[in-house]
Design a protein around this ligand. Sequence first.
Ligand SMILES: [Ca+2]
Ligand SMILES: [Ca+2]
Length: 282
Amino acid sequence: MFARLVPLLGVVAAALPVARTQTLLFPNFNSTTGLQLNSVSAPSGGILTLADTGRDRGAVFTTAQYSVAQFSALFEFVIANPSGSTDSTGINGADGIAFVIQSDARGAGALGSFKEGLGYGGINNSLAIEFDTFKNDANSETANDPNSNHVGINLGGSVNSALTATIGTRLDNGQKWTAWVDYNGSVMELRMSQDGIRPSEATLSYSIDTTALAAALGGATQAYLGFSAATGSATADHQLLSFVFSDTYLANGIAAVPEPSTYALLALGLGLAGLGVWRRRG
Ligand SMILES: [Ca+2]
Ligand SMILES: [Ca+2]
């Protein structure tokens, strides 16, 4: 396959000398090169556990910043073994995971608050997508949770979500979730499934143009990318399995975590042509 690719890559490189796509490719976390782990243990079996024991929190961020003027991302996670105290709906297990885009002063070292903060609360100059498994009540907590199983868009380190959507299947059912986040410069969409197939319908669709996103990031057009999680007296195991990011928006999203035969090419930074091949094979 490589031999067939070389002429194609040459053509693209000549035609698009400044259009090299930045990609991040973690099909697992056997290597964490390029990532900073904040209160997160070294990976085990290629998995990063962001938070597990009671009153825990953790975050992982890229050590470099990436353009977020448009992008497509895919990641896989598991939330397992919910336990501990129950929320007002009688559900235990907490608190959830967040995908975080941030330009906080702490950079890659940013780590947010425990419990309903999801390890994200207080990370300023940011946008996050939360996967929230515990209902915090507005009259006693800082979060405006509609229920104990939802996703949301969070801004500025606040877990008072700008937009939420309820998820029918428990997020903490111990099964793998695949999530796709696609941003075309005007709308950010989240899709998710447990069969690895990207749904046509978005779970969340949030209008935010590049000016508004830059404002949320404190004026930055580049950001650190990562994930956080936290627990309280209710807990669960929050595991991150993979992360793929392209700073080019792909209308059909990233099909899947690429196979080893294609991601070696991507890791070399071969850009658009590599992505094209990867998508056709995905
Ligand atoms: Ca919550
Ligand atoms: Ca929430």
